[in-house]
Design a protein around this ligand. Sequence first.
Ligand code: NDP
Length: 480
Amino acid sequence: MSQFANYIDGQWVEGASVSRNVNPSNLDDVIGEFAQADADQTQRAISAARKAFAQWSLSTPQQRFDLLDQVGSTILARKAELGRLLAREEGKTLPEAIGEVGRAAQIFKFFAGETLRIGGEIVPSVRPGMTVEVTREPLGVIGLITPWNFPIAIPAWKIAPALAFGNTVVIKPADLVPASTYELVKIIAEAGAPAGVINLVMGRGSVVGEALVSSPDVDAVSFTGSVSTGRAIGAKCFASGKKFQLEMGGKNPMVVLDDADLAVAIEACINGAFYSTGQRCTASSRLIVTEGIYDRFIDGMKARMQALKVGDALADGTHIGPVVDDKQLQQDERYIAIAREEGGTVFGGERIERETRGYFLAPALITETTSGMRINREEVFGPVASVIKVKDYDAALAAANDTEFGLSAGICTTSLKYASHFRRHVQAGMVMVNTATAGVDYHVPFGGRKGSSYGPREQGSYAREFYTTVKTAYVSPGTV
Ligand code: NDP
């Protein structure tokens, strides 16, 4: 069986133990055995990153550009193969997985350019003859903790800006899906990253993640995952004076108004709610529909859902791959049962048998729900969407904002008046008009409000807010 080691200080090193990475479409297909680091090994990776920071923080923009550009080119050249690996370990369909790999490549290309665009400012002083200069400097050692649902894109959108701005990195991918991040780190190492600049420590969050968060040698932590883990990490980072950034859950609303183009609305909701098996923090999990279009919308959704093919992520024609693992499948089923007990009517949502042993679940649409029900308040993270029927636009906007989360929100309407009002008044970091709440560009900020996010935005030029620190220098007129 293939063995995959941790990468520390420029060396591939065995872990304290190993864990098996299994294909959720076919439990008999084992991708390999992946090293599990312990706290000591994690500390060695952090020390290597600390040592490498001294040189890397002084590297030229050209050196960093060349590294990131090369990484982007290699990922693009290997897109099909890496997409296959990603689909095999995470369970999103092959086209979705190849798309995610392509996005990772574009992110590296974008941040290659950012190395040249960092700049600074000369500001006139309020004092005679004085000059004020505002510049950005790297933070130091960055600990990255990533979830299982985007095994290459999320590591890419954290590693690329960290390295672009002169930081060094220790990354801990989700234990469920280490293979894509392993390949990404190997590509970065082979592209010529000096020893210690990028370090990979695979293993459990409670061991490796904990060691990263509690080490005094880590200057900042960027995390994506669940709300409970994120908040616990945030509290520990605050207590030890680390900078931190948290991307957490969503309960994203998609509003469908009477004047919507029905076909556009159904496509946006099917995509947003069910593609990638609904395992996206930007998934449209609450469909808020006004009375006049409600019956036609529900009929149309059910017809489209019946035509969706659930199956092996690698098979031709699959629309929805498996749920990522048994624990997540049980969580999906538990929420479907809770919704039923609370008075919801469930369409779909049953387990499906396929030729291979896998975690297949039919997409579920839950009608007759209200905002107070748990299905509309808590993140499920599966192919499960609930529908809230409302009287008019004002009630729809109120329902959309009636949540602790605020990541992404959408509206389907042909009215500029409602689209404009919604864009301004919905409480979310990202707003979509006549398109799914999931699916974003790689060169603009990503992030949310309320319980969904904490700290500066990720991606695009806004990423520099987290990955750099600002220095203001005053130069007196007498300086020669
Ligand atoms: P977690 O938040 O538990 O995990 C996210 C990352 O944090 C993983 O790498 C995990 O490690 C790590 N981690 C876990 N515990 C700690 C800790 N104490 N200290 C430091 N790091 C830690 O999410 P899960 O993957 O377990 O998924 C659970 C739920 O989270 C899902 O059902 C879904 O609701 C939500 N989720 C949300 C995502 C989003 O993008 N908003 C993404 C993924 C999940 P490891 O798993 O390897 O042990």
